[in-house]
Design a protein around this ligand. Structure first.
Ligand SMILES: [Zn+2]
Length: 351
């Protein structure tokens, strides 16, 4: 009889161990002549794909992989999923041939109005349909790429407007592609709890743009993705992200990102773990390290902006290493700071 520990050692060193988590990469343009921060050059993109294969990653169908993890079933091997937001023409022209050649599935979250208006910087419906027949999932990113929740604390009809925006895009994709998925990506990664709840009732799985890894305790309407563009476009820069694991936390308990508080507190209860080295947990607000305060039993930490945040979007990333160094465990919280609506200044609903 083979002692149990041998099987454990084999699975640890073989790299083919079943994976309990999934990392999703986020791209916008795959081109050499588009804005740096949202672009991955064709050379970096192909280098990434080759690197994933070399490191033993399987590129998986996003919807199926998320469904497995949500059902508590590990993935067969370490896996990554690739997503492209907006439906820019460079994805059809440059990324698609490389993905097709390698037989890799991928998801394109499309904004339908610019495609309907034949904007030249976007893919056409016929290009998207061809990709859908060759490994792509064409999924919902609204009709017009609106900031869906910015008015949620001050404008009465914001929710109906957001719901219509999403439902109409879904209908359009179904009409043009002939199939739809249950996947949705928030424009700018911006969401709040009310919109999340509606998407859940409608059966959507939804993605933000905050960093992190997906596991059994994820929030299925606020799933994280790692940006693979700009400064993160090279295989070297992506190394710690493709190996990342989720910080063991109940993600559905995280606070609503939409706030009028300019110094919102992120307070997180961590789950016990034999792997995560919590004493080395660090938090970075918009890239700058900020103080982390633990309660006396070391089961809950909080991180508060040291000075007031400006209006708009801010990201707080917290990471802790494995007890043996790597991988890193991630948690990210986005804050969307909106102005306080003065009673007399509230816009009148116009329908
Ligand atoms: Zn977008």
């Amino acid at each position: 009889m083979v002692p149990k520990y041998i099987g454990l050692i084999v699975s640890l060193i073989s790299g083919s161990a079943a994976a309990e988590s999934l990392n999703v990469l986020l791209y916008h343009h795959v081109a050499d002549d588009t804005p740096f921060s949202t672009s991955t050059t064709v050379a970096d993109f192909t280098a990434q794909l080759d690197d994933f294969v070399e490191k033993g990653y399987q590129i998986v169908n996003l919807e199926q992989a998320v469904a497995r993890i949500r059902a508590g079933k590990p993935l067969a091997q370490k896996s990554l999923a690739l997503t492209f937001d907006d439906g820019f023409s460079s994805v059809c022209k440059n990324a698609y041939p490389e993905l097709k050649k390698r037989g890799m599935p991928f998801t394109v979250f499309v904004t339908t109005d610019p495609i309907d208006h034949h904007y030249p910087s976007y893919c056409t419906w016929s290009q998207l349909k061809e990709m859908a027949q060759n490994g792509a999932t064409i999924a919902n990113h609204t009709r017009d790429h609106a900031h869906l929740v910015r008015g949620a604390l001050s404008e009465a009809p914001w929710l109906t407007r957001a719901q219509d925006n999403i439902s109409q895009a879904q209908q359009r994709i179904e009409n043009k592609i002939g199939q739809t998925s249950a996947l949705f990506a928030y424009p700018y990664g911006e969401y709040n709890n009310t919109l999340k709840q509606w998407l859940d009732v409608q059966g959507y799985i939804a993605f933000g743009q905050q960093s992190g890894s997906i596991g059994t305790t994820s929030d299925w309407q606020a799933l994280p993705r790692f940006n693979a563009a700009g400064h993160y476009a090279t295989p070297k820069a992506l190394k710690l992200k493709i190996t990342a694991s989720p910080l063991p936390v109940d993600y559905q308990q995280l606070p609503d990102p939409l706030t009028q508080n300019t110094q919102p507190d992120l307070s997180v209860k961590v789950l016990p773990s034999k792997r995560v080295y919590y004493p080395h947990l660090q938090c970075f607000l918009n890239g700058q390290a900020i103080d982390v305060v633990w309660n006396s039993s070391q089961t809950q930490f909080s991180a508060t902006p040291p000075k007031p945040l400006t209006q708009g979007r801010h990201r707080l990333n917290c990471t802790a290493p494995h007890r043996q160094g790597t991988p890193y465990y991630w948690l990210s919280q986005q804050w969307i700071v909106v102005p306080e609506a003065l009673e007399g200044n509230k816009p009148t609903p116009t329908g």
